[in-house]
Design a protein around this ligand. Structure first.
Ligand SMILES: *Cc1c(COP(=O)(O)O)cnc(C)c1O
Length: 365
């Protein structure tokens, strides 16, 4: 609260060059926070990354797209029309938003309906067609959990296909949803800076950690962020390398406080409990023969809407995949406040409606 009143400005990027002197105290805390995230969680070498606390996942994703677009233009003399973003069809809408702002194309690769995974042959086809249409440089957005399904892309699939097709590419990880979950639930594929193909990661502290809104986090390897230097930012001490201008130092401090209050073990425990509840929900749905998608390391259960009566969806505020009438899915995000009691009420409501339906069917026959 004191930091909100003191209102330090965190304009610019504090992991390189100079920064406004008046706010160096909270700038240090932001650096400390980034260090925990980039080095301890996402396996960067110390001092081998740049980053900042952005307004959200949207900004952090667009920052990445902007850096790579300019990288291809600055280093490889690409024209905008030769650059394309590649991402799955389940990718967050901040990516088409970024493509539109940056004037580059987006290839939305379809996924398998049940597994939400991109098939290698399909990816090869899409990239080959793009190459034939003059695309030479690819910005991959690989999801570390999509918003609707919690599905996780394999960054190595993109890396293998694009390497085989002999095109230049950069990989950004959109971890806005899963950034504080997947690394703790230890999925089969590690998605971090240990993988040489991964150059940047976006995560959101205002999703699972429930920090105040305005706490997206952008991280990338050294020598990339300079691609978006705005030379005209004369009045800012140091360099302006970020998409937003002035930003609140209190936001950085809030994330710092949350991370250091939990520490790695308590956070791990919290995620483990949530994943146990997720498992419980899935077992109940199995028993009721209601179809759903769930990634084993994530806390989202996305149910096929045909198994769920409308009244129940409404009563429990299930999130549909689209807000028009032809939705296919409803999801539940398991969080702290979504307790077994609530889940049980939901399951009981489903059981009740299945009983009524069988009964009706029987009396009809
Ligand atoms: C929430 C989310 C975003 C956008 O983040 P905002 O913080 O709302 O800007 C981007 N990608 C994914 C996967 C998300 O879940």
């Amino acid at each position: 609260m004191r930091t909100y009143v003191a209102n330090p400005n965190h304009i610019g990027c504090h992991t390189l060059g100079k920064s406004e002197g008046a706010f160096r105290g909270t700038h240090e805390l932001e650096k400390e926070l980034l260090n925990v995230l980039a080095v301890d969680i996402f396996k960067s070498e110390p001092d081998a990354f740049d980053g900042y606390v952005a307004t959200g996942g949207t900004e952090a994703n667009i920052q990445a797209l902007w850096i790579y677009r300019n990288h291809f233009v600055n280093k490889l003399e690409a024209s905008f029309s030769e650059i394309s973003i590649v991402a799955s069809e389940d990718t967050h809408y901040s990516i088409p938003k970024g493509a539109n702002l940056l004037g580059i194309d987006l290839i939305a690769v379809p996924v398998d309906f049940e597994t939400r995974i991109i098939d290698k042959k399909v990816l090869i086809n899409y990239v080959t067609t793009a190459k034939e249409n003059g695309k030479k440089y690819f910005i991959v957005v690989s999801n570390m959990a999509t918003t609707m399904f919690g599905s996780v892309d394999d960054p190595n699939l993109f890396a293998t296909v694009l390497t085989d097709l002999k095109v230049d590419f950069k990989i950004h990880i959109d971890g806005a949803f899963g950034g504080f979950i997947y690394p703790f639930s230890k999925g089969e594929i590690s998605i971090d800076f240990d993988n040489q193909h991964i150059d940047s990661i976006a995560i959101d502290a205002h999703k699972m950690p429930q920090a105040p809104y305005g706490t997206g986090i952008f991280m990338c390897r050294k020598n990339l962020i300079e691609n978006v230097l705005t030379k005209e930012a004369h009045y800012v001490n140091g360099m302006d390398l970020t998409l937003c201008g002035s930003r609140s130092g209190a936001n950085a401090l809030a994330v710092w406080m949350i991370l250091f209050s939990y520490g790695p073990h308590k956070w791990f425990e919290k995620i483990s409990i949530i994943l146990m509840r997720t498992k419980w929900l899935c077992e109940q749905l199995d028993a009721l023969k209601i179809g759903y998608y769930r990634h084993a390391n994530m806390n989202i259960v996305t149910m096929k809407s045909k198994g769920i009566p409308k009244e129940i969806a409404k009563k429990f505020d299930l999130v549909p995949d689209t807000h028009n009438s032809n939705h296919t899915w409803y999801k539940i995000v398991l969080m702290d406040h979504v307790e077994l009691d609530h889940l049980e009420q939901f399951i009981n409501a489903l059981k009740q409606s299945q009983l009524v339906q069988t009964h009706l069917l029987r009396s009809f026959l």
